[in-house]
Write a protein that binds this ligand. Structure first.
Ligand SMILES: [Zn+2]
Length: 548
């Protein structure tokens, strides 16, 4: 406390006269106004919603890199501020119906109303022809939970039908997986990956609103049209031919034809559950259109003074949705002021705060603005699989995405709370400021797997995503909750997520200041924080740390 007091004195009284900079790290140096000035530029209509491959990308990455340069940060990629991210756009057009045969009567289900299907295989067309259907429960192989839905199963040439979320979700059994908090095994992305690892020809996820946390319309909108993926050497031929979803109603008909009735979630979460061949086959085809393009991550580094080979990483995605369907007011530019000009603005200010430190951090600090988050966390996936700074020397990833624009709060929300030791650092600084820590609003929705930090978690780097909580300092919790709800319902992924001079960025500054302090502490230590016991990311980190 004393140190803080002295630093405030120095800062307010002496700093103006002498330019004294000491102990700035113990003060909150980032202001809401500075964050707002960057948001105003990044969310301007002239950037056209910052969509990858557009003139909006060119402008956005030029602005971010010029700010890094202006602050005196070095280029992060061998003399360049950019990392090229090669992508492929796959537009999948499935056959109008999928036929399921082998039961008493054939079942024909319709595209969009009953099912969606796409492929990432970079070929003109893929086909499933009488592919045997197997109900593989939750489609999970989780050694730390002693769970294997694929045990003793050969799915080559077959199509697996799996449920969304974890076996533990809403099971009422305490300590089964993570109770109602979704683990990565519950995410649809994982289900697709595991089915491919097992060699399945196709995968169909059964949609249910509660465990998915979103309705069928979200599935129908999200899994149709052009999708971007990272280019892969194998042209995605190791992925399933067909990746799809089916409505709960259509799934019930399919299960009934195989003699399975009742609660299939309860069936699949039984301790002795074994995959069930449905004695049915599926037939459908998917035609594709392919387009290859390159987008860019922006990266800058402040070299560490004594351990430059080790680094702290800050991330925020610069991209948003571009120009799309006009809203009721006729606005068609999805500016993404909150999502995620705010996070990039915060990273630019954290970078500036580091540069202004009197004592340079011992470890390097890397600032990475990634592309393609809105298209499936692609820029961060590319960096995590093509790292510039070695991953086992990357101490932490601190991510900011869609920071709250409703002012200061008494609490901070940690996405997917309980994962790693970085939370203890946050708690320490939050406590010093008299703030509380909360988890995310809806842990069953798997928020931890929905922004860029997740790609670092996946490769073992302890990763943290943080935002303001709901407890507004000035107006109380009901106000904060109402503001969060309003954003979610009216502005999230809408043209109205745009910059306004009335925007309150003081809460954003609180998050940025806190993560600056956390990063600065990490950058001056020699230890490596790790994953908590039971985290699905602990094993990969522990293994990678054995490599020198
Ligand atoms: Zn978004």
């Amino acid at each position: 406390m004393k140190k803080n007091y002295i630093s405030i004195l120095c800062f307010t009284a002496v700093a103006a006269l002498t330019g004294c900079k000491h102990d700035k790290e113990s003060a909150s140096v980032i202001t809401g106004d500075e964050i707002k000035s960057h948001i105003a530029v990044l969310a301007d209509d002239s950037l056209m919603g910052r969509k990858p491959f557009t003139a909006g990308e060119t402008k956005a990455i030029a602005y971010i890199s010029s700010q890094f340069k202006k602050e005196g940060l070095e280029p992060g990629n061998n003399g360049s501020y950019f990392q090229e991210v090669p992508m492929v756009e796959v537009t999948s057009t499935p056959s109008a119906t999928m036929t399921i045969t082998g039961g008493k009567t054939n079942i024909s289900v319709n595209y969009l109303t009953d099912f969606v299907a796409s492929t990432r295989q970079e070929v003109p067309e893929v086909q499933l022809t009488n592919s045997p259907l197997v109900f593989a429960g939750y489609g999970v192989v989780a050694p730390e939970y002693h769970w294997n839905d694929y045990a003793g199963l050969d799915v080559k040439g077959k199509t697996v039908v799996v449920l969304v979320n974890d076996p533990g979700y809403k099971s009422g059994i305490r300590g089964f997986f993570k109770d109602d908090t979704m683990t990565y095994y519950g995410r649809w992305t994982y289900k697709y990956e595991e089915a491919a690892r097992q060699g399945a020809a196709g995968i169909i996820i059964v949609h249910q609103t509660e465990p998915a946390s979103y309705g069928w319309s979200v599935v129908a909108n999200s899994f149709t049209g052009a999708k971007l993926y990272l280019q892969q050497q194998d042209k995605h031929m190791s992925r399933c031919k067909v990746e799809g979803w089916i409505t709960e109603d259509a799934a019930k008909k399919m299960f009934a034809a195989a003699g399975i009735t009742g609660d299939f979630r309860a069936l699949a979460r039984k301790k002795d559950f074994k995959a069930i061949p449905l004695n049915l086959t599926a037939t459908l085809s998917v035609k594709t259109k392919l387009k290859y393009s390159t987008s860019h991550n922006v990266i800058a580094v402040l070299k560490g003074s004594t351990s430059p080979g080790e680094c702290i990483l800050y991330t925020a995605h610069w991209d948003h949705l571009g120009i799309g369907k006009p809203d009721a007011k006729g606005d068609s530019i999805y500016n993404g002021a909150v999502d995620n000009a705010s996070g990039v603005a915060a990273v630019l200010n954290v970078a500036k705060a580091f540069v202004q430190l009197k004592d340079k951090p011992k470890r390097s600090v890397v600032f990475l603005a990634v592309t393609g988050e809105e298209q499936g966390l692609l820029g961060s996936e590319y960096y995590a699989t093509h790292p510039i700074f070695p991953l086992n020397k990357t101490v932490a990833d601190l991510n900011m995405d869609a920071l709250g624009d409703y002012g200061e709060t008494n609490d901070f929300a940690i996405t997917g709370k309980g994962q790693n030791d970085l939370e203890d650092y946050v708690a320490e600084f939050a406590k010093a400021d008299g703030k509380k820590i909360s988890g995310d609003k809806n842990p069953g929705a798997g928020g931890y797997y929905r922004s860029d930090h997740f790609n670092f978690a996946k490769v073992g780097v302890p990763a943290l995503d943080m935002n303001n909580g709901a407890e507004s300092t000035a107006h109380g919790e009901a106000y904060g909750k109402a503001k969060q709800k309003e954003y979610g319902e009216k502005h999230y992924h809408q043209p109205s997520d745009s910059y306004s001079p009335a925007m309150d960025a003081n809460g954003m500054a609180e998050v940025a200041n806190l993560l600056f302090k956390v990063g600065n502490k990490l950058a001056n230590e020699s230890t490596f924080p790790g994953w908590k016991n039971g985290s699905e990311f602990k094993a990969v980190r522990d293994k990678s740390m054995l490599v020198k």
